[in-house]
Each structure stands twice: as structure tokens, then as C-alpha cells.
Design a protein around this ligand. Structure first.
Ligand code: PLP
Length: 553
């Protein structure tokens, strides 16, 4: 069938849906004339307000269409030869057909995950980034944006490390200095941190002239006469660290989970025991890094960073702090002390798309030593020339968007105090929520909030009393029943679609055979009030009374 017939076969009314040069040309040039300008502005209006209306009227996981039913609607695997729709129709379709089945993460009743409402202005900023379409991998495609990026990175570096005025004057625009890098997210920031630690450990030396990046892991281990590298992090460490160890060839078995002590922080004596055991029994094991968690994904808890820094310094190993979640707590004068010791870290991960309230996706890695990333530098002849300020020289990513413009602008619009207010609201609302959970008989607070995350579960007082005196086997059996109840509760509430808390599994006494299912709340949306959280608990009580009580009898 020739293209000609395909075109003439278009049903009438769609005859203008044809791909040809004339039309293609028009989508690449700025619209001429008031009429087409007005049309495009109208489209923007529909995007901003059409979506906003949708977000206002829908809550949590919207509509009761199952994922299976949805997936059956999306089975077309052929790309149309000619255009199917005009821009106007595509926008309508996205607002009317897609958005209603997406998740309204901006609802104040959506308190289950680290993805939430973002300030309205982020949509405007993102639009500007797209319109400019700078590529920050190199100066030749970004120019001033690369310079702005260095400046905003220095600003956040200062919040973490608080070095001298002279330090920042020297490094802020220095082509050789890297105070930090933008990444896709916390995962790639953590990967970059461990990559840096690995390459710093196995630098070129006598008999190993080109270093690990060139010669590989096996050659490095031979040259250092070791069998393996390990990374030490608490059981609350994010799984991205395991991914990183896998990718870097260290092996994710060698990310050693250290037990949790009281307060849900890393158990320091357990950490020291592990180090001593490795040093005495496994002299051919190298401790590559110790990772402190500042805002654990599951419980929001913060490791004792000062102690971890001291231990890392004593054994001369890289100290990384994963503050993907908790980092912006540093803006709060009231609560920044919770992250005390973070300035001692060799590297710090922070996520822009979490508590900087930026749109997806943006992560960052900050380095204490402005020369630390030299060990991962790559040069190519056509970009990233030696000695240039091309930001792609020391990043895992190649081409990437100008997230720095969004962060820089957001910091201007919000001020440090604006972010502090958000942080304070989250921490204080979570604390009040915890009191409410304790006040209600049906619930048991499992991990009290340090930042703005807490976990709890349904556990009626009668059962709690039994648990207090139960032996191991009895306790496990009871917990299994409670796990079923809490799992079902979370599912029923989610499917009902009015509100959303997530769930996760914690271990009793660090025992992998003793799992406890808990409900998890993340309070980051400034519109989430204690009254709303009470409504969520009310609903959970009702669901339990109506549907789940019998399971515990
Ligand atoms: C979210 C998170 C990560 C992973 O970040 P992504 O942006 O999802 O890649 C890593 N560590 C912690 C502590 C996190 O909360």
C-alpha cells in the first residue's frame, strides 16, 4: 500500500492529520500572528488549570479501575504512519484520560511516600528549562547555566559544610574544583559517592600504574593483595547502595547490614564489633566506606553522624552520608542539630525531588574536598576538554537538563526560611500525629518520628498485653496475624481511594525471621494537617471494625 492511498484513506475531518514537511516546519518555528499565539497560550492555560482542577477534585489513588483493566487498554504496539492527533487533542486526552488514572500525589491525604505536592511555580520553572533546552554536559551547550550551577552548588555546599568565605571565593567558579554534582536522583548520587570512594582507594601506584578505573577490580585487588571490599551501613540503608555495589563490581553481598539499636539508629557497638572482626579475622578485606543515613527511607531516623565520622576517620575510610531525604532539615534553625556531624562527611547525597520540593527528577552529591571527584574524571575530544569547566567531566550522566536553574530559582522564591517552615511543619505535624496514635487504643506506634516519617500498626490493647508476656514462638504467631491485618488494612484504604499511607516491613530485634508489617506515614505536604491525619486514623478504625476484627479473634 502506497503512502498516497494511506493518506487518502483517512476519514474525512482528519485529512489534516498528515506528516509532511510543511507541517513539520511549522511545529519548529515560533507561531506567527496573534491567533496562533493566543491558541498556544490557551493550551498552557488548560495544562495549568485543567490539571489543577483535576488534582483538587481527586484524591490519592484515583478511581476504581484496576491496573489490569487499564493495561488492557494500552496494548497497541504499532506506531501510526501519520499523526493521530493534534496538540489540542493530545492535551485534552492527557488531562481527561490519563491524569484521572494517575496518582494524585499532591493530595494532603496522600501521606505514604516521599513524593508529594510541589509549589505551583515549579511548573513554570520546568517549562522555562524545557524552552531553553540547555545541555549542561558541556559549556558549548549551556554557557551561563554551567556557571549558575556552580554557584547554586556552592550555596548548598555551604549549608552542609559551612566553610570559610575565602574557601567559597576560591572554589565557587574554579574550573578545577567540584563542590558537588547534579544527578538523576539519590540512587545515582549514592553510586557516584561509592564510585569515588572506590577509585580513591585504588589509585595508580607502583605495579598498578593506571588505577582501578582503567585496569579493573581484579587487577586492583591483586595489586592491594585483598579479596574483597565491603561497605558498612545500617539495616535502614537504602537499596540503591546495594545497586551501586553491584554496578561497581564490589558485589552487593558486600554491603554489610549493621543492626539497628535503640532509637532505630545504627548500633555503634555492633558496627565496632564488625570492624574489629574484619580487621582481625579477615585482613584481606578492605572497608571501602561507612555510610550514615540521615533520614532513613522507612523510618526517617538519623544515624549518629559524629560517631560514624570518628570511626571512619580512625580506620581511614570514606564516610558518606545519605541525606537524600533529610538533607534540607539543615535549613531549619530549630532542627538542624538532628544532622549534627554531617559536615564531617566526605560526601553527602541530597535529593532535589524530595524535600526541596522540585519536580522529578533531581539528585545531588556534595563533596567535602573540591578535588575528590578528580578520580572519576573522563575526557572526550569533542567535549569535556582538559581544563575546561565542562560539568560533564566529573558526572556519571552525559546529557542532562538544567535542574540547577530550578533549584536556584526555588531558593530565591522560598528563601532558606521558606524551606525551614516546610521542614518544621513536617516534623511538628509528625510529632503531633505520633501523640494521637499513642492516644488511640487500637494503634501501636512502632517508630516514633525523628524527622517527619513515622511507622505504626493496628494492635488492639488485648493483643498488646499478650505480646508483652509471650515467648518467641507465641510472639511470632501473633505478629503474623497482625501482619495480615495491617497488610489488608493498607490495601483496603488504598483501594477506597480517599487517603493513602504506605506499608513496609521492619524486623523485631534485627531478626530476619521476625518481620513486622507496619504502616508508614511521610508528612511533607504543607496542606496535611493533624485534622486530616485524624480522619485517616478514623477511617482505619472503621475499616478494622467492619472488616478485619474477626481475623484476630
Ligand atoms: C529516596 C532515597 C534514595 C534514592 O533516591 P532516588 O531519588 O529515588 O534515586 C536513597 N537514599 C535515601 C535515604 C532515600 O530516601
Amino acid at each position: 500500500m502506497s503512502e498516497q492511498t494511506a493518506t487518502t484513506n483517512q476519514p474525512s475531518g482528519h485529512s489534516d492529520l498528515v506528516a509532511d514537511w510543511d507541517r513539520l516546519f511549522r511545529v519548529f518555528i515560533c507561531p506567527e500572528g496573534q491567533a496562533s499565539r493566543a491558541t498556544l497560550i490557551k493550551y498552557m492555560d488548560r495544562i495549568l488549570y485543567g490539571l489543577n482542577d483535576f488534582l483538587k477534585t481527586n484524591v490519592g489513588i484515583t478511581e476504581a479501575i484496576s491496573l489490569k483493566d487499564l493495561s488492557e487498554r494500552f496494548t497497541d504496539t504499532v506506531i501510526n504512519e501519520n499523526p493521530e492527533k493534534k496538540l489540542a487533542d493530545v492535551i485534552t486526552c492527557l488531562i481527561k484520560d490519563i491524569a484521572p488514572h494517575a496518582v494524585n500525589v499532591s493530595s494532603p491525604y496522600f501521606v505514604g511516600h516521599m513524593t508529594s505536592a510541589i509549589p505551583f511555580f515549579m511548573v513554570h520553572l520546568k517549562t522555562i528549562i524545557t524552552a531553553l533546552n540547555q545541555n549542561v554536559v558541556k559549556l558549548e551547550t549551556s554557557k551561563v547555566v554551567s556557571v549558575v550551577e556552580k554557584q547554586v552548588i556552592a550555596k548548598i555546599h555551604r549549608v552542609i559544610y559551612n566553610n570559610t568565605e575565602a574557601f567559597y571565593r576560591q572554589h565557587v567558579q574554579n574550573a578545577d574544583s567540584t563542590l558537588g554534582v547534579f544527578t538523576e536522583g539519590g540512587t545515582t548520587a549514592n553510586l557516584t559517592a561509592l564510585w569515588t570512594a572506590r577509585n580513591a582507594k585504588f589509585q595508580p601506584k607502583n605495579g598498578f600504574s593506571r588505577g582501578i578505573e582503567a585496569e579493573g577490580l581484579a587487577a586492583a585487588y591483586r595489586a592491594w593483595d585483598i579479596d574483597r571490599c565491603v561497605v558498612l551501613v545500617s539495616r535502614r540503608g537504602h537499596y540503591s547502595l546495594r545497586k551501586a555495589a553491584g554496578i561497581l563490581g564490589i558485589g552487593n553481598d558486600n554491603v554489610i547490614p549493621i543492626d539497628i539499636g535503640k532509637n532505630n539508629r545504627i548500633d555503634l557497638s555492633c558496627l565496632k564489633r564488625t570492624i574489629r572482626r574484619l580487621e582481625t579475622e579477615e585482613p584481606r578485606t578492605c572497608i571501602l566506606a561507612i555510610v550514615g543515613v540521615a533520614g532513613a527511607t522507612e523510618t526517617g531516623t538519623v544515624d549518629p553522624l559524629e560517631d560514624l565520622a570518628e570511626i571512619s576517620a580512625r580506620i581511614n575510610t570514606h564516610f558518606h552520608v545519605d541525606a537524600a531525604w533529610g538533607g534540607p532539615t539543615l535549613f531549619s534553625k530549630k532542627y538542624r542539630h538532628l544532622l549534627k556531624g554531617i559536615s564531617l562527611a566526605n560526601s553527602v547525597t541530597m535529593d532535589g525531588h524530595k524535600q526541596f520540593y522540585m519536580p522529578m527528577s533531581c539528585g545531588m552529591l556534595y563533596l567535602k574536598d573540591p578535588a575528590a571527584l578528580d578520580v572519576i574524571a573522563y575526557h572526550a575530544n569533542y567535549v569535556n576538554r582538559m581544563g575546561s569547566v565542562d560539568l560533564g567531566i566529573k558526572t556519571l550522566s552525559g546529557s542532562r537538563e538544567a535542574n540547577s536553574l530550578i533549584l536556584d530559582s526555588a531558593l530565591k522564591i522560598m528563601g532558606a526560611k521558606g524551606y525551614a517552615l516546610l521542614i518544621d511543619h513536617g516534623i511538628e505535624t509528625a510529632a503531633a500525629f505520633a501523640e494521637e496514635i499513642k492516644r488511640r487504643d487500637l494503634f501501636e506506634l512502632m517508630t516514633p518520628p525523628v524527622l517527619n516519617i513515622l511507622t505504626y500498626r493496628i494492635c488492639p490493647p488485648r493483643i498488646r498485653a499478650i505480646l508483652n508476656t509471650a515467648d518467641d514462638d507465641q510472639r511470632r504467631a501473633i505478629n503474623e496475624k497482625l501482619n495480615t491485618v495491617n497488610r489488608r488494612l493498607q490495601t483496603i484504604q488504598r483501594e477506597t481511594g480517599k487517603s493513602f499511607v504506605s506499608r513496609t516491613t521492619l524486623l523485631h530485634n534485627n531478626n530476619p525471621n521476625d518481620a513486622i508489617v507496619v504502616l508508614r506515614s511521610v508528612i511533607m505536604n504543607p496542606m496535611t494537617t493533624l485534622a486530616i491525619l485524624n480522619e485517616i486514623l478514623d477511617e482505619q478504625e472503621r475499616i478494622f471494625e467492619r472488616e478485619l476484627k474477626g481475623l484476630l479473634e
